[in-house]
Ligand binder design. Structure first.
Ligand code: ATP
Ligand code: MG
Length: 561
């Protein structure tokens, strides 16, 4: 535990300290990438609890992803120690679930209602046909709740009962929302109900990193915070601690044409005069681009064939980098395969965030069923998961029927290993555990400590940082992304530019952008132009790598001859 007391805000700069120690009332923190949003948010909560005697149980901190919620919880534990456990930290969906569980009866649900999984939904759809009201009635008859209803039902409950609103406003007198630029209409409505217009709502975010409008998020809520909440205080954080000066300058120029922040400023805290420029590589083909990545990774980390003997060298200087310092980012998942293949051929370990859902793994369904039906299993949740796994394996000595096919004992063991971290995170709350499974908890394959190069889509990279970043496929049609036969409108282009900005600002020390002259998409290979987003960046910030003129692919040359 870190020292609490006078030193608590010492690790913040002047503006971060203003934000962290601001008095109660609505507070909007507008903060660009790398300006220390999470650091400021956690220190504000810790400061309020440790210095101003705010009760931790009066605090509610909301984030958008489970991963972000865990990170927040972890940092609060570090700052406050055991009392941090009393702070409610969660996602919008887990908040909705909490409210619904506490008011199940009023919502016409039994206490042990479940969240509908894909099979439940498909069955209800089949039976109800086109009748949406019919569909909901079927779910209700089966004591099931749809995922969307985790937000809509609590909002309905609160709208109908002012006393209930008062109860929750009394419980959570301090509300903190991270990534506020990505709230959607129903999340906003829930927040409005939970926090009065003059309440202690602290929203933090960056409108220029709003990248989820395709999912219904509306950056408009961020922009009109001061109208929605009375006498809102505004604090801006402009000092970027993450990126070298050339990387930051390129990023600031890149976002300028679409910036939603008036007078956007991002001042580099890092002023190393030797910082490398942004590397730019014009590849002939996708394979050439992948080779460029492999070749550069080799240079950075050291001879791949004998890397234990020598560390990487660039310009005669040792880089001291390892694979885990490197990320490759791309716009669409389909771009990953050629890069993964090329890295694998060079024996570079890679990890790619898995979107596999836990419940789709063999054995998981059988274990979940066992947990749901067997009340006799004692012990904490992780122990019960282990026991349930044993019961499944014993009962059906191999091969085991899993509903969808056969499952082998080693698959049951693997399923137990996969489920244990989730069980641990859910405390002893079996209902929460089962609902997390049903709502699609993912097999978390991304380990920040793994000795591997990380491959991620730009959306998945949000909030993360890496010493070395490759942003591949910087081509017109990919960035901005264009579907065949469609022309993106201005709003769509602006969102793509924000996504590009998110990508550039993940890099700490070295950033490489690349584009290929030919790429096949949707089954057709065609010529590609570099992304127009690159044009607004001062050419002096780039170092051209490899050939200055893009090479023509061989087959094309032949055809031209
Ligand atoms: P993003 O918008 O990309 O999510 P962020 O605003 O959340 O960025 P953080 O990830 O919290 O930024 O911080 C970026 C980096 O800067 C981290 O490595 C963090 O430790 C560091 N940092 C933040 N504040 C300070 C500070 N006052 N002194 C030194 N380092 C800092
Ligand atoms: Mg962040």
């Amino acid at each position: 535990m870190e020292e609490v007391g006078t030193g608590l805000l010492d690790r913040l700069d002047a503006m971060q300290r203003v934000a962290a120690s601001a008095p109660g009332g609505p507070l909007l923190i507008v903060a660009g990438p790398g300006t220390g949003k999470t650091r400021t948010l956690t220190h504000r909560i810790a400061y309020l609890c440790a210095e101003l005697n705010v009760f931790p149980e009066r605090c509610l901190a909301i984030t958008f992803t489970r991963r972000a919620a865990e990170e927040l919880r972890h940092r609060l534990d570090g700052l406050l120690g055991p009392v941090a456990e009393d702070i409610t930290v969660g996602t919008f969906h887990s908040l909705g679930l909490t409210i619904l569980r506490e008011n199940a009866g009023t919502a016409g649900l039994p206490d042990d209602f479940r969240i509908a999984d894909d099979a439940d939904r498909a069955a209800a759809r089949d039976e109800a046909g086109d009748d949406q009201a019919g569909y909901t009635a079927l779910l209700r008859k089966r004591d099931l709740v749809d995922l969307d209803e985790l937000l809509t039902l609590p909002v309905e409950l609160l709208r109908a009962d002012p006393k209930l609103v008062d109860r929750y406003r009394d419980r959570w007198r301090w509300i903190f929302v991270d990534e506020y630029q990505d709230v959607d209409a129903i999340q906003y409505e829930l927040l409005r109900l939970l926090s009065p217009a003059d309440g202690n709502l602290c929203a933090i975010g960056d409108p220029d990193q709003a990248i989820y409008s395709f999912r219904g998020a509306d950056v408009g809520y961020f922009l009109r915070f001061s109208q929605d909440f009375t006498d809102a205080r505004l604090v801006r954080l402009n000092r970027n601690y993450r990126s070298s000066a050339p990387i930051l300058a390129a990023a600031v120029q890149a976002i300028a044409p679409s910036s939603l922040v008036r007078g956007r400023r991002l001042d580099p805290a890092r002023l190393d005069p030797e910082a490398p420029l942004v590397g730019r590589y014009a590849a002939a083909t996708v394979a050439d681009e992948a080779d460029f990545v492999v070749h550069t990774v080799d240079e950075l980390v050291g001879g791949l064939s004998h890397r234990s003997l020598d560390s990487g060298r660039i310009d005669g200087r040792s880089t001291n980098l390892s694979f885990s310092d490197i990320a490759v980012l791309y716009r669409t998942d389909s771009q990953a395969a050629p890069i993964v293949d090329a890295l694998a051929r060079a024996n570079v370990p890679v990890q790619k965030r898995s979107h596999d859902r836990l419940r789709d793994r063999p054995g998981v369904a059988a274990i979940a069923r066992e947990l749901r039906h067997a009340d006799g299993l004692g012990g904490g949740l992780p122990a019960r998961v282990r026991l349930a796994g044993q019961v499944v394996a014993d009962r059906f000595a191999a091969p085991t029927l899993d509903g969808s096919g056969t499952v082998r004992p080693e698959e049951v063991r693997a399923a137990v290993d996969l489920l244990t971290p989730l069980a641990r995170r859910c405390g002893d709350d079996l209902g929460l555990f089962l609902s997390q499974l049903a709502t699609g908890a993912e097999v978390d394959a991304l380990d920040p400590r793994a000795e591997a190069v990380t491959l991620l889509t730009l959306h998945a990279a949000k909030g993360l940082e890496f010493p070395v970043v490759f942003l591949v496929g910087c081509e017109d049609g990919l960035l901005p992304l264009r579907w065949p036969g469609t022309t993106p409108d201005d709003d769509a282009i602006a969102e793509e530019r924000r996504l590009f900005f998110v990508g550039l600002t993940r890099a700490q020390d070295r950033l490489y952008v690349s584009h290929a002259a030919r790429r096949s998409r949707h089954g057709t290979e065609r010529d590609c132009r570099p992304s127009p987003f690159l044009d607004v960046i001062d050419p002096g910030l780039f170092e051209r790598l490899g050939d200055t003129e893009p090479r023509r692919p061989k087959d094309r040359q032949l055809r031209l001859l």
